[in-house]
Design a protein around this ligand. Sequence first.
Ligand SMILES: [Zn+2]
Ligand SMILES: [Zn+2]
Length: 224
Amino acid sequence: MIKLQARNINEWGISEFRARYPLMSIVEQNGDGLLIHGPLKFRARSDGCEEIADSYQIRVEVPADFPRRLPQAFEIGGRIPDDFHKNQKKDLCLGAPIRLIMELGKEPTLVGFVERLLIPFLYNHAYFEKHGRLPLGELAHGGPGLVDEYKRLFRVQTAEACVAMLRLLGMNKRIANKKPCACGSGRRLGRCHNRRLNPLRKLQFRSYFNEQARMLEEQLKRKR
Ligand SMILES: [Zn+2]
Ligand SMILES: [Zn+2]
């Protein structure tokens, strides 16, 4: 049985978060996660770009099964327009979920979420306000962004291969390793891309990957 990253609320690093972001308040949602809100003050820079110090009015909804499930972040000061990378619920589009999950896996705490995922997004927006462009060029968004992320992650060329990799991730590891690898090398997964897939198995349930495979497949069908 693979040990999934399941963490008690006591391991989310609440006191460390309070110490670093004393202006934000944290409200426990009796057994249903946390609500964090207030001004998020930061000082950040992106590779080769200027440092920016800024502050945004933010609300973060942290689900009870954090960090396996991602928090949703909202900008509530009316500064970020809806057409600047927001999802349907108007929460900030911090990037492709699989990339966010992997990044959060490196530091699965509230501070990890804010500093690795949220502040880089806010930095991008602050930079965009100043210069009319993003520091690292336009970011992929929505469906196409997700496919690109999986191609990079799996090191494969096509969306179809991404779906097949996700299907392998949706299977029991021992069974999947005996199947032909989805990259088309002719080798079994266990002798090919398994090293790229195994770390992901620690971050999500198999059902998550099957769900992602279905979603990508739907997208491909609509395109045809
Ligand atoms: Zn986006
Ligand atoms: Zn392979």
